[in-house]
Design a binder for this molecule. Structure first.
Ligand code: MF3
Ligand code: CO
Ligand code: CO
Length: 256
């Protein structure tokens, strides 16, 4: 498989899909409170995507994934499956990952939410992880190489005594949910693919408070930290422009 360069028409469709995905995160915020289940969050997002947005929740049945969103609580790194029995409580932190398909194109984005009052450690991990994403985004322009971006993300995480998950990475995206290139959140400067105008991909660093090692649960989806310490993740879908980057999944609370 190789990297696809999107036309202006395709980028416009991805702008629409990206905006819809961002709007789901904006919509769900007020529901993320102690006492709600991740299954209920899934139902609210599913109904909004299908009925209000008239779009498709990409995770549903993707390689057998059973729900419409991913909900990853505390030491869950990614791909947590929403469940009516998983009730959020004060002090939890949750990543909600939304991918919608509109007019054949995907928008993929996630953010961390605090349930009630976060611990100091959870707040710091979420903040540094968001900074890792933003450091990566600010570097994106034609001529920059993927290893440059991975290195900068890794440096920020590790200089704050955190670790970078290696087994899961960002990805090209368009008509296909996960396409080339793989976007690693670690690496060496001057290595890897060179960015070109019209590429669209995600950056989605998963940063652990403890060691980087992961474990896949028997449900074959849920990825947790081996040491059961906290993990955080933030994700945006990006387009490389002639001289920089466009954040296709920007929320209103963000300024790029
Ligand atoms: N949204 C995830 C990503 O950022 C992928 C989820 S795949 C699923 O790439 F099947 F778990 F939904
Ligand atoms: Co993604
Ligand atoms: Co995602």
């Amino acid at each position: 498989m190789s990297v696809t360069i999107k036309t202006a028409d395709e980028i416009e469709k991805m702008r629409v899909a990206g905006r819809l995905a961002a709007e789901v995160l904006e919509m769900i915020e007020e529901h993320v409170k102690p006492g709600i289940s991740t299954g209920e969050l899934d139902r609210i997002c599913h109904d909004y995507i299908v009925n209000t947005q008239q779009a498709i929740p990409a995770p549903l049945n993707y390689k057998g994934f059973p729900k419409s969103i991913c909900t990853s609580v505390n030491h869950v790194i990614c791909h947590g499956i929403p469940n009516d029995k998983k009730i959020l409580k004060n002090g939890d932190v949750i990543n909600i990952d939304i991918t919608v398909i509109k007019d054949d194109y995907h928008g993929d984005t996630s953010k961390m939410f605090f349930v009630g009052k976060p611990t100091v450690q959870a707040e710091r991990l979420a903040r540094i992880t968001q900074e890792c994403l933003y450091i990566g985004i600010e570097m994106v322009k034609p001529g920059v190489r993927l290893g440059d971006i991975g290195h900068a993300i890794q440096k920020h995480a590790e200089s704050n005594y955190y670790s970078v998950v290696r087994e899961y990475c960002g990805h090209g995206i368009g008509k296909v949910f996960h396409e080339d290139p793989q976007v690693m959140h670690y690496g060496k400067p001057g290595t890897g693919m060179e960015l070109k105008e019209g590429m669209t991909f995600t950056i989605e660093p998963m940063i652990n408070a403890g060691k980087r090692f992961t474990k896949l649960l028997p449900d074959d989806w849920t990825v947790v930290t081996k040491d059961h310490k906290l993990s955080a993740q933030w994700e945006h879908t990006l387009a490389v422009t002639s001289d920089g980057v466009e954040v296709l999944t920007k929320r209103n609370e963000e300024n790029f």
